[in-house]
Write a protein that binds this ligand. Structure first.
Ligand code: SF4
Length: 296
């Protein structure tokens, strides 16, 4: 049996049942993909359902205002994703649903991973949307690298055609790899329980204890932090948006203490205003004189 065949057999027993795996509707799949970009699966499940209740189709979403989508996205974070999703819906309503990976890629806001994921999951194309999960599993299996890096993606992608079967449930291969990556082929993998242990070029190294497992995640984030603040700015921007969403409107000078208990009028007001400016630039806030609201 091929490695992909073993993987698919394992997936039929161990794969997660997720609502977006029960559909080929490109709209629903795109909603899940955008939500999953920065949010955990369990959390996405809840928001996915409520989002689809409010915006069941491309058209309903395309017609929504900025304020409506920002309200509906509340709690998911990285709010620009909500506007981007709405803008994609507008594009699809104007030009139709793309039918190829290249066509998805031409839509503003859709990158190489998402265009490949849309082709694979909505249109059953033989393609590998390479994210950190697929990179980790296939980098280990095919390249023998215990901790593959971004620069390995091209090499991993070049194996896609021979790794993905031509018949059967070939379209489930990426989802099967995701599930293996989150349950078995984790940072410190459980190679003994892995369906690919006899095919994997890294298995021996792990099983013989020859791989040093890094304590921290290899990915390093360089998020901006202001002076002595404990969190990066994006957390405070999220709080600003939450205050405006909940209060409807607020004066910019009242905002500071509501988003930071240690707010210092002299040292932090410019910082808060800069974050407000950024939210305005991204169409997430409106400012009239000193009053902030959600944009129409
Ligand atoms: S054998 Fe080990 S390293 Fe290879 S894919 Fe399976 S869990 Fe990952």
């Amino acid at each position: 049996m091929t490695p992909a065949g073993k993987l698919l057999r394992w997936y039929r027993t161990h794969g997660r049942k997720l609502p977006w795996r029960e559909t080929r509707d490109p709209y629903r799949i795109l909603v899940s993909e955008v939500m999953l970009q920065q949010t955990q699966v369990e959390r996405v499940k809840v928001f996915y359902r409520s989002w689809l209740k409010q915006f069941p189709s491309w058209k309903t979403l395309a017609e929504a205002s900025n304020a409506e989508v920002i309200h509906a996205w509340a709690g998911l974070g990285y709010n620009r994703r909500a506007l981007m999703l709405r803008d994609i819906a507008r594009d699809v309503c104007l030009h139709g649903v793309p039918t190829s990976e290249d066509a998805w890629r031409r839509i503003k806001g859709i990158g190489p991973y998402t265009s490949s994921a849309m082709s694979a999951f909505a249109q059953k194309k033989r393609t590998l949307p390479i994210d950190t999960n697929i990179r980790r599993v296939l980098g280990r299996v095919l390249l023998g690298k215990p901790f593959p890096e971004l620069s390995d993606d091209e090499m991993i992608g070049s194996h896609a055609d021979s790794f993905i079967p031509r018949r059967g449930a070939y379209y489930d291969v990426p989802q099967a790899i995701f599930d293996l990556a989150t349950s078995v082929c984790i940072k410190n993998p459980d190679c003994k329980s892995c369906p690919l242990r006899n095919d994997c070029k890294s298995a021996k190294q792990f099983l013989e204890g020859r791989v040093k497992i890094p304590k921290r995640s290899i990915a390093v984030t360089h998020e901006r932090k202001h002076r002595n603040k404990p969190y990066p700015d994006r957390i405070y921007r999220g709080r600003i948006l939450k205050v405006v969403r909940e209060q409807g409107q607020i004066g910019i000078r009242e905002l500071g203490p509501l988003v930071d208990p240690n707010f210092n009028k002299i040292l932090d007001q410019i910082w808060v205003e800069a974050m407000v400016g950024r939210l305005i630039t991204h169409a997430l806030l409106s400012r009239r004189k000193n009053i902030l609201t959600l944009p129409e």
